[in-house]
Design a protein around this ligand. Structure first.
Ligand code: G3I
Length: 343
């Protein structure tokens, strides 16, 4: 009975949105990017990986710019893949994603210039003087942003949850100086690219999001070109922060553009109807929050199908985090996104 009721609601929703998006009202889904743009946002996007592009059912959804208006490479623009040896840049994998987005008329988000993870050995285990490592960062970010334009996650996950700087090869060698160096190099390479700091656990008002609200204005005062904050949003079903909207407003109040850059909402498996319904509500809540904040410019899911989600590989016993299931069928979460825009 519950299933039937939810099916009726979804069918009605489909019909309403089909009218709103001028989409054929047959059995076509609503188109997330069209709906997002109708709400004065720039895009609804997804991350993707090179290895899955031959999956035709997957690619048919990925390539539809009515569904996704923006693409992020989940792995292939990272340091290990783009500069495996010092000064030797390899753009083959990243170019595949860039060309796909271009072909489909989709925006591209560069991910990422500087991150403590997925580094080649020569960086992760290198022994550098401070000027040497700053030079390495400058060359890496300048070359990447010069090659791929549009938006970029220039620094990724530079703070700990308590708001202190993460201790990694970059911080331990240069202090926090690598951050201005990365942003300046990016701006010099492309004066028009939108340059972001990107992190997780900054979805609500907490020590980490407050630390970014202190750090970024300080850096900007010193002339560091930071345009936006990427709120990753790897969330857990039933455990969303209650102040996501206020948190985004606090970022836009200091002049930052906000983007939800890596949205997924995981659950402890097995999935149940209750969990899927809660997940639907949770997706709607995130979308409503972004939609209510003018400076929240777009939303990107961290891949759209459970078949290719990073979650089960990183959290044993958890998964089903995406809006489409493993068979490329829209889940209740998909309709939660639509409902979030309808308000
Ligand atoms: O490329 C190798 C392949 O050769 C090998 O056969 C296979 C066996 O496991 O591993 C492949 O590497 C994997 C890589 O993704 C490419 O698929 C790594 O094991 C795996 O750890 C790596 O995971 C990525 C993860 O970052 C690394 O931390 C995920 O795909 C990627 O979605 C994830 O993305 C991050 C963002 O960049 C930053 N925010 C958090 C987000 C989720 O962790």
């Amino acid at each position: 009975m519950m299933v039937m009721k939810s099916q009726i609601i979804e069918t009605t929703l489909l019909a309403l949105v089909a009218i709103a998006t001028c989409a054929p009202s047959s059995n076509k889904p609503p188109f997330l990017n069209l709906i997002t743009k109708q709400n004065d946002k720039l895009y609804f996007g997804t991350a993707t990986n090179n290895v899955q592009l031959n999956d035709t059912a997957y690619a048919a959804i990925l390539d539809d710019s009515r569904m996704f208006g923006q693409i992020t490479a989940a792995n292939s623009m990272k340091w290990f893949d783009t500069e495996p040896e010092r000064g030797h840049f390899t753009f083959q994998d990243g170019d595949v994603i860039r060309d796909l987005a271009k072909r489909n008329g989709q925006l591209l988000r560069g991910h990422n210039c500087v991150w403590h993870n997925q580094l080649p050995d020569w960086v992760a285990n290198g022994s550098f003087t401070k000027p040497d490592l700053l030079d390495v960062v400058k060359t890496h970010c300048g070359t990447l942003v010069g090659h791929y334009r549009d938006s970029w996650d220039i620094v990724n996950e530079v703070l700990n949850d308590d708001g202190t700087f993460r201790e990694d090869i970059f911080f331990n060698t240069t202090g926090s100086e690598y951050i201005p160096t990365a942003f300046h190099a990016a701006r010099a390479a492309d004066p028009h690219a939108k340059l972001y700091a990107n992190d997780f656990n900054i979805e609500g008002i907490n020590a980490k999001s407050e630390a970014y609200r202190n750090l970024i204005p300080q850096l900007r005062k010193q002339g560091v070109p930071i345009d936006g904050i990427g709120i990753q949003s790897h969330l857990i079903v039933g455990q969303l922060p209650t102040d996501m909207k206020e948190n985004m407003e606090a970022f836009t109040a200091i002049g930052l553009e906000v983007a939800i850059t890596e949205l997924d909402i995981r659950m402890t498996l097995p999935e149940t109807e209750e969990l899927l319904e809660q997940q639907k509500k949770d997706y709607a809540t995130v979308i409503e929050a972004c939609n209510a904040v003018k400076g929240c410019v777009g939303i990107t899911v961290w891949d759209f199908s459970d078949k290719y989600s990073w979650v089960p590989g990183s959290f044993a016993g958890q998964g089903a985090a995406c809006p489409w299931d493993e068979n490329m069928k829209e889940k209740p979460a998909f309709f939660g996104i639509v409902e979030g825009f309808l308000g």
